[in-house]
Each structure stands twice: as C-alpha cells, then as structure tokens.
Design a protein around this ligand. Structure first.
Ligand SMILES: [Zn+2]
Length: 316
C-alpha cells in the first residue's frame, strides 16, 4: 500500500457509483439527470428517497441524516475512519481497476462542504440508557433517559455506539457518538455538523427558572452536573466559546459559572471565555487535573455552592 495519498486525485478519478457498488448499494433508482435516489446506506433509515447520489457531480447527500459530500466523505461515513484512511482504502481498492494515479503526491487538504447548518435528524434510534459504558462514566439510567442518551445495538453506521442527541432550540439536530474500535477514544459528529452554532442542553436550561447557568466543556460533564442537582447547565462541546454560543447565553442568562476542565487548556479557555463574557460572568476554577465528569456529585455540589455564594456576595 502506498504511504501517501492524494485526496483530490481520489475525488476526481473514483466514481461514486463504483464506490456505492463496492458497498453493495444496488437499490438506488434513477431520478433526474445523472441522479439516483433511494434508502440511505449510511443511517439505513426508513426514508426510501432520502439518499441522493449526483453521479455527474460525484457527490451525495442524505436528507434524513444530513450526511453528504464526495466519495471520501461517503467512505468516512460508512467506516467511521479518518479521511486519510478512506483515501488509502479507496485508492487501494481501485488499483488495477483501470484508474491511473498521478505519480507525484499532491498536498492533501480537507474539503469544506456546503450544507444547511445542522439540519434536523430525519430518524430516531432505539437506545439503551442502561448500558455499562454509561454506568462506567458515572451516569445513572435516569439521567441517561432524561438526556435521551444510550447504546445503539441496531444496524448501520451507529451500530455499537453510544449516541447523544443534540438539540438546537427547535429540534434534535444531530447525534454525537464515540467511535467504534478498541483503544480509540475519539468521538465524532455527523458530517457537516457545526457545533459552534449550538450549546448542548440549552433548550432545557433556558426553560429553567434559574438566571444563572453553569457552563462546562463536554457532554458527560454536563450530564454529571445535572445529575448532581444543577439542571441549568450547558456544554460548549469543546473549550471555545463561539459568537453564536455567546449570544445564546447572554440573551437568556445574567450570571454564568464556568466549570471548565482543570487542565492547562481548560484554564486558558476559562480566562479567555471569562473575559469574553464579562461582566455577566462569575468564574469558578477547578483544582488542577480534575474535570466535572470525573468528580463525585458531592464534590460538584460543593464547588458550585461555593460559586453561588461568591455570586451573591458580588451582587450585594
Ligand atoms: Zn442518511
């Protein structure tokens, strides 16, 4: 196998219908010029017209799960692998199939895809909230049910994964799930998902009577803080605050407690975000090397109650 791969060469030379066939996708029907439609091989949902393959443009789009892109995006979605692995896989499978490859490596670059921002999901999954993975991360089944989180044992791309529904203000717009595979702790969003446009759990937090919101980095941080009795909590899904996220918070809450990870990156982010949100923001720093999803409920309550008192003092 070659150790280099040209993304642009693969995208240009490998035909989508060929890749579809190699995955056994033989059920698409012609619909318009150089366009096929049918059930989506990625999320395998019910919609019999959801998946569109534009053979002329060599791209695809699913109107149900929101997946879309070029041949490499398709392989990434099917395999849950990296773009580079997808390119190597496709290149290898096409060798000897009459495809001539450029002899010099080109600089590889990721493609930016044009899509509507976080379209609603067109399907739902039957998830198990009592899976040992969730218990192992300190979540009880009631919390998992409340957040709609669980293990998916059905078929398709999300088989064998934990799925976490992400809502925008109106609908479930996306699912997040840990990758399959041993020793690979990375997580992935669906293709094209823009996490900077939403705050995890915002639709519930804004409905709370509280004017003070706790802000954490990750999904599990958020769920653990909720479980400790603080339901007015949102997650940034990272350690950065986007303009859209800032607006969401500033429009609804007057007081904000930052409970980001206690590591160096978390502390740096805390300082940055605190200055972004000032003067509405009261900041809570965690002891080094701790993060909310690894704290006991008692510990979380202690830290947040302390922060509450500090806010009260400041207000007087
Ligand atoms: Zn789909």
């Amino acid at each position: 196998m070659r150790d280099w791969v040209s993304f642009s060469e693969v995208k240009k030379r490998v035909k989508l219908d060929r890749v579809l066939r190699s995955y056994g996708v033989d059920w698409l029907r012609p619909s318009g010029e150089q366009q096929d439609r049918g059930r989506c091989p990625i999320h395998q949902g019910q919609g019999t017209e959801a998946f569109h393959a534009h053979l002329g443009r060599n791209v695809f789009h699913c109107f149900a799960c929101g997946a879309g892109g070029n041949v490499l995006d398709f392989v990434v979605a099917m395999e849950g692998c990296s773009m580079r692995d997808a390119a190597l896989r496709v290149q290898e499978s096409q060798d000897g199939a009459g495809v001539a490859w450029a002899s010099e490596p080109e600089r590889s670059k990721l493609v930016t895809k044009e899509r509507g921002i976080n379209p609603p999901l067109g399907f739902s999954l039957d998830l198990d909230p009592a899976h040992p993975y969730l218990a192992g991360r300190g979540m009880d089944a009631a919390t998992a049910s409340y957040f709609g989180v669980g293990y998916y044992s059905g078929r398709g791309l999300m088989s064998g994964r934990i799925a976490i529904p992400i809502h925008d203000e109106e609908s479930i717009s996306s699912l997040w799930w840990p990758r399959r595979g041993r020793g690979d702790p990375r997580y992935r969003f669906p293709a094209g998902f823009q996490k900077s446009q939403v705050l995890f759990n915002y639709h519930r937090a804004r409905a709370a009577s509280d004017d003070r919101v706790v802000v954490v980095e990750g999904f599990f941080d958020c769920m653990r803080v909720h479980q400790a009795g603080f339901s007015c909590v949102v997650a940034l899904m990272g350690a950065r605050l986007s303009r859209a996220q800032k607006d969401l918070m500033a429009n609804r809450f007057s007081s904000i407690v930052l409970l980001l990870d206690g590591d160096q990156a978390g502390r740096r982010a805390t300082a940055q975000i605190a200055s972004d949100l000032a003067p509405a923001c009261s900041v809570t720093l965690l002891p080094p090397d701790t993060q909310p999803d690894q704290m006991a409920a008692d510990q979380i309550r202690q830290v947040l109650t302390k922060a509450e008192r500090r806010t009260a003092i400041r207000a007087n």
